[in-house]
Design a protein around this ligand. Structure first.
Ligand code: DAK
Length: 273
C-alpha cells in the first residue's frame, strides 16, 4: 500500500511504529492548509495499517504513531498566521473544519498516538498535542494557547480538550492569559507525562511505543476507544459501555492467547484479533 505523497510531513516506519515529523523549517513547523491535508492523508494511511486492516495484512502493521517536529526548536508553532490572517469567514470555517477533523482523527485512530513535543507547541500545535493520547516533552518544550493575543480563540479543540489534561481552572488560566509554560510546569500540571533531554525524546517515545506493542493491539485499540468515548457520557452509560466492550473481547484470539500464555508461563503472541 503506497504511502501518501507528503511535502511538509515526513512519514517513517520502524518496528511497528510510524513517526510523522512536521517539517516546515521556515515557519517553525506552523500548520498551513497543505500540512493539514497531508496530515489527514497520513492518518488514513496509518489507520489502514492497524492490526486487522488491509495494510497490516500486507506485512506492514503499525501499532503506535508518534508525532514530532523537525529540528530542535519547534514541535508546531501553531496555525500558520501568515496564511490565516486574510481569511474571510468562509475560508476560516473551512480551515477550522479541516483542523478539527484532523485532531478528531487523531483521537479516533485505533492506534495510540504519542506526541513527542520537541520545542514550541503553541496554539494549534498544543491543540494537536492534546488530541494525542499523551505527551512526552523535551526539556526545551514550551506549551501555550496564545490565540487571544491574536484576537481569536483556540479553534482546533483546545477549549474542549485542554481541561481534560490539566483540569478546567488551569485550562481557563492558560487560555485567558495566553501564557506560555515550560516543560517542567507542563509536567507538574499533568500536561506532559514525562520530560527528557531533547536527544532522548524520540528514543524514549520509541521505548514507550514498544512497551505498548508488547500487548494485544486489539485490546489497546478498544481501551483507547473507550477512554475517548467515556468522557462525554454519564457515568452509568460509560460503565455499561465498558462492560459491553469487556464482554465482547471474550472468545477473541488475543484474549484466549493472553490468558493461556499467563497460565502456561510463556510470552503471549498476539494477533490483534
Ligand atoms: N505562523 C507562521 N509563521 C510562523 C509562526 C506561525 N504560527 N510561528 C513562527 N513563524 C515564523 C516567523 O514568522 C519567522 O519567519 P521569518 O520571519 O524568519 O520569515 C520564523 O517562523 C521564526 O520565528 P521567530 O523569528 O519569531 O522565532 P523566535 O524564536 O523569535 O520566536 C515563537 C518563536 C514561536 C515564540 C514566535 O515565532 C511566535 O510567537 N510565533 C507565533 C506563535 C503563535 O501565536 N502561535 C499560535 C498561532 S494561532 C482556527 C482554528 C485554529 C487556529 C486558528 C483558527 N479556526 C477556527 C479558523 C489556531 C490558531 C493558532 O494556532
Amino acid at each position: 500500500m503506497d504511502q501518501p505523497k507528503l511535502e511538509n510531513i515526513l512519514l517513517e516506519t520502524k518496528d511497528g511504529v510510524a513517526t510523522l515529523t512536521f517539517s516546515r523549517p521556515k515557519a517553525l513547523n506552523a500548520l498551513n492548509e497543505q500540512t493539514l491535508r497531508e496530515l489527514k492523508a497520513a492518518l488514513v494511511w496509518v489507520e489502514q495499517h492497524a492490526a486487522g486492516r488491509e495494510g497490516a495484512a500486507q506485512g506492514e502493521q503499525i501499532d503506535v504513531l508518534i508525532l514530532t517536529g523537525a529540528g530542535e526548536k519547534s514541535f508546531i508553532a501553531g496555525a500558520d498566521i501568515l496564511e490565516m490572517k486574510d481569511k474571510d469567514p468562509e475560508a476560516g470555517e473551512i480551515f477550522a473544519r479541516l483542523g478539527q477533523g484532523v485532531s478528531r482523527a487523531l483521537e479516533l485512530l485505533p492506534q495510540p498516538v504519542i506526541a513527542a513535543v520537541n520545542g514550541f507547541a503553541l496554539g494549534g500545535g498544543c491543540e494537536f498535542a492534546i488530541a494525542c493520547d499523551f505527551i512526552l516533552a523535551s526539556e526545551n518544550a514550551v506549551f501555550g494557547q496564545p490565540e487571544v493575543a491574536l484576537g481569536i480563540i483556540p479553534g482546533f479543540g483546545g477549549s474542549v480538550r485542554l481541561g481534560r489534561f490539566v483540569g478546567q481552572p488551569r485550562a481557563r488560566e492558560l487560555i485567558y492569559t495566553g501564557r506560555k509554560i515550560k516543560a517542567d510546569e507542563a509536567l507538574r500540571i499533568g500536561l506532559a507525562n514525562q520530560v527528557v533531554p531533547l536527544a532522548q525524546l524520540l528514543p524514549r517515545a520509541q521505548e514507550v511505543a514498544q512497551e505498548i506493542r508488547k500487548n494485544s493491539p486489539m485490546a489497546v485499540a478498544k481501551s483507547k476507544r473507550l477512554m475517548n468515548q467515556i468522557y462525554t457520557m454519564p457515568i452509568d452509560q460509560a460503565l455499561r459501555e465498558e462492560s459491553l466492550l469487556f464482554g465482547g473481547i471474550f472468545g477473541s484470539y488475543d484474549q484466549r492467547e493472553g490468558m493461556n500464555a499467563f497460565a502456561e508461563k510463556r510470552k503471549a503472541a498476539f494477533r490483534g484479533e
